[in-house]
Design a protein around this ligand. Structure first.
Ligand SMILES: Cc1cc2nc3c(=O)[nH]c(=O)nc-3n(C[C@H](O)[C@H](O)[C@H](O)COP(=O)(O)O)c2cc1C
Length: 340
């Protein structure tokens, strides 16, 4: 496994996006969206919520919750289903999450988080990891964070993924909480220096692979969220850059699009997945290339009424290649790439 992961993101890192990412990088750790213990245990849809394709591994299930017993049971389910890791969300600031007393508000209750980790560790042999912020509300000094980490590491957490921005639980929306509080990478580096035996992963604002490599001089791993979703191809060099593995450095976005066709066909036919649910994740794949707008337009205009996602992706790819070739064959610029 490379010291790199794609962040858990609600409404983004579903199984279809993870399958797509796996066509780009075979070794980067992928995360599910956060799934609450309540949803798993009470909705009667656990199979749907937890199902994944084996190719997605290594895969971490991110859980939301604060009840040790429920988390223990869910961790066991994760292990039984072949997940490689289970992760506890202590970083999500949304209102809905605060009501159940989980997500970032849990940073105010390190003893409770420790109880949760102890319960999960008692049940499973896969790693139990924690994702948190550098601070929350007024508990936002470096010492506050280190205290949280010290208490939770006492329960045996196997990795701490630190989102290097504090969260304001009142007054800022979840989106604002990902942009307004300043990034404090130095706090994450310091944590690694002062607690060298802990595995520390840095998250927040990492936009390029060379930024990731830079951070890796100071910490153990890097997690990338929005940049990965907007431009999955940034991971094309990940396996080779960060720890060997088969080179996908020459991988082209078209190869990834093509690899999605049989998968999308099967998902629509055999699993009755709505085409748009799959194709929406492909929008960032060819970004920046001539023909990208045509590609996105075909997918977004035809996605809602398409019957088969595979056929639609093939159509979008053909249109993209045609539009790109027109631009590339006309270096005089009569056809500007902006037309497509
Ligand atoms: C749309 C969206 C949904 C997110 N959902 C989750 C989530 O389910 N669990 C979680 O721990 N963090 C979630 N996050 C936060 C990311 O995991 C990550 O910590 C944050 O985006 C900062 O990393 P980045 O700057 O690389 O995007 C979400 C972020 C976005 C943009």
């Amino acid at each position: 496994m490379v010291p790199l992961s794609v962040a858990p993101m609600m409404d983004r890192t579903d199984r279809h996006f993870r399958y797509l990412m796996r066509q780009v990088t075979s070794r980067t750790l992928l995360y599910t969206e956060m799934v609450t213990t309540q949803a798993i245990l009470r909705s009667g849809r656990s199979e749907q919520l937890l199902g994944y394709h084996p190719v997605e591994r290594p895969l971490s299930l991110q859980l939301g919750g604060d009840d040790p017993e429920a988390l223990r049971v869910c961790a066991q389910m994760a292990e039984d289903m072949g997940y490689d890791e289970v992760n506890l969300n202590c970083g999500c600031p949304s209102d809905r999450v605060q009501k159940g007393r989980f997500g970032a508000v849990l940073m105010k209750f390190p003893d409770q988080v420790a109880r949760c980790v102890t319960a999960m560790k008692s049940e499973v042999s896969i790693p139990v990891t924690v994702k948190h912020r550098i601070g929350v509300d007024d508990l936002d000094t470096y010492d506050d964070m280190r205290r949280f980490v010290d208490v939770v590491s006492g329960a045996g957490a196997d990795r701490f993924t630190v989102h290097a921005r504090k969260a304001w639980l009142k007054g800022l929306s979840p989106k604002e909480n990902r942009t307004i509080p300043p990034l404090r990478y130095a706090d994450v580096y310091r944590l690694k220096t002062e607690r060298p035996n802990l595995v520390i992963e840095l998250n927040g604002g990492v936009e390029t692979m060379s930024d990731a490599v830079e951070h890796l001089q100071y910490i153990d791993a890097v997690m990338i969220g929005r940049a990965a979703y907007n431009d999955p191809m940034m991971f094309a060099a990940a396996d080779r850059l960060l720890g060997g593995g088969e080179a996908s450095i020459r991988l082209q976005p078209e190869d990834v699009v093509r690899a999605m066709i049989p998968y999308a066909e099967e998902m629509t036919k055999d699993h009755h997945t709505r085409p748009l649910t799959i194709v929406r994740h492909l929008m960032g794949l060819v970004s920046g290339q001539p023909g990208a707008r045509t590609f996105r337009r075909v997918l977004s205009e035809e996605g809602p009424q398409a019957e088969n996602a595979g056929t639609l992706i093939k159509k979008a790819l053909d249109a993209f290649e045609l539009a790109r070739d027109v631009v590339l064959d006309n270096p005089t610029g009569i056809y500007s790439k902006h037309h497509f």
